[in-house]
Design a protein around this ligand. Structure first.
Ligand code: PLP
Length: 379
């Protein structure tokens, strides 16, 4: 089997599991307990927090461990908007993950927020001039994703964040897909808050983090025992935090050169599919793209049928994002690019793990050609 759905989730790395193991067994304590078993867990949690903070360019007090990307996005959006002294206007983009869009929608429905949704161009990129025009005196937050899960497009985050800052507005970015592949530092990106999720980069499901600058007021979303400096109550997932820190460290060790190597393998794959599958069309930006992401529309097919055909040939991929899978509706992300609904139903996404090889993808490209031809011949 060749697994090409890493944007949906990845296997937990052996090193990550080994680092977590002690905190699920002998050192199983609750970090809030005032005895040696609890203290040992508290030390591990503090160490994990310091390592995640270093990778996110944050201070330790600025890191909140969460249950994953969805919770990080919810906390960033609800937490910053509800605490904002500026007002309740939010600016986001048309291609955000539902964790962002639904959080904004909740604030509109229950807290009187107003929402401006920025369009994207045919590559899925936000125009900085549109952001500039959208910001108002009562804008509490701009939230624009770093890289898109369905089409792989990477936004000009530094430029967008700088526009928000000129107007004194905090900027959050959902970096769930970018983590492990692109630079993440808060200062490097010029953002105030960044969401990441463990299971996209080799840690288990159920752990994530939000780093948010101390100067940005943040209202809690989960209330209870006051853990995570009262920003996220609930007994901490110590083993998960250790796993997230380890996964981030490993991704950083692989580094930029590795990302460049995977990007060049990706380019070979994209070229091969576009040149051998008649009418295949790349979705998302060719130039500003996640290194391990290739996505296409194959007009005259159904994405779901191509996916099944590939699975029968031992290749696992996705017909859209995992959250949209099973839905009959065309993807709102593809519609936002201006792709017509019929063509949007033909989308197939290939997202690689970091040990992908050019040989594997050459084989996959050949199988894609056969699977697409077979679906077209039936329909
Ligand atoms: N944001 C983006 C861009 C994602 O791709 C995902 C998951 O697919 C999420 C948020 C949600 O993350 P999680 O599955 O950890 O809740």
């Amino acid at each position: 089997m060749i697994y090409l759905d890493s944007a949906a989730t990845s296997a937990t790395r052996r090193e990550v599991l080994e680092a977590m193991w002690p905190y699920l067994t002998g050192d199983f304590g609750n970090p809030s307990s005032h005895h040696s078993v609890g203290e040992s867990a508290a030390v591990a949690l503090a160490d994990a927090r310091a390592r995640v903070a270093a990778r996110l360019g944050a201070r330790t007090a600025e890191v909140v461990f969460t249950s994953g990307g969805t919770e990080s996005d919810n906390l960033a959006i609800k937490g910053i908007v509800l605490a904002s002294p500026r007002g309740r206007h939010i600016v986001t983009s048309a291609i955000e993950h539902p964790a962002v869009l639904e959080s904004c929608d909740y604030l509109v429905r229950h807290h009187g927020a107003e929402l401006t949704v920025l369009p994207v161009d045919e590559d899925g990129l936000v125009n900085p001039a549109d952001l500039s025009r959208a910001i108002r005196d009562d804008t509490a937050l701009v939230s624009i994703m770093y890289a898109n899960n369905e089409i792989g497009s990477v936004q000009p985050i530094r430029e967008l964040a700088a526009i928000a800052h000129e107007r004194g507005v905090p900027f959050h970015t959902d970096a769930v897909q970018a983590a492990g592949w692109l630079p993440l530092g808060l200062d490097e990106l010029g953002v105030d808050a960044i969401s990441i999720s463990g299971h996209k980069l080799g840690a288990p499901k159920g752990i994530g983090a939000l780093a948010v600058r101390a100067r940005v007021p943040l209202e809690a979303v989960l209330h209870g025992g006051g853990q995570e400096r009262a920003r996220r109550s609930g007994t901490e997932n110590v083993a998960g935090a250790v796993g997230l820190a380890t996964a981030l460290d490993l991704a950083t060790v692989l580094g930029e050169q590795h990302a460049a190597r995977v990007a060049s393998i990706r380019d070979g794959f994209i070229d091969s599919v576009l040149s051998t599958v008649p009418d295949a069309r790349l979705t998302g930006s060719r130039e500003h793209r996640l290194p391990a992401h290739a996505s296409f529309c194959f007009p005259g097919t159904s994405g779901e049928a191509v996916l099944l055909g590939l699975e029968a040939r031992g290749i696992i991929c996705s017909s859209g994002s995992a959250c949209a899978a099973g839905s009959d509706e065309p993807s709102p992300v593809l519609l936002a690019l201006g792709i017509n609904p019929e063509v949007a139903q033909t989308a197939v996404r290939f997202t690689f793990s970091d040990d992908v090889t050019g040989e594997q993808l050459a084989e996959v490209a050949g199988q894609v050609r056969v699977a697409v031809a077979s679906v077209r011949s039936l329909g």
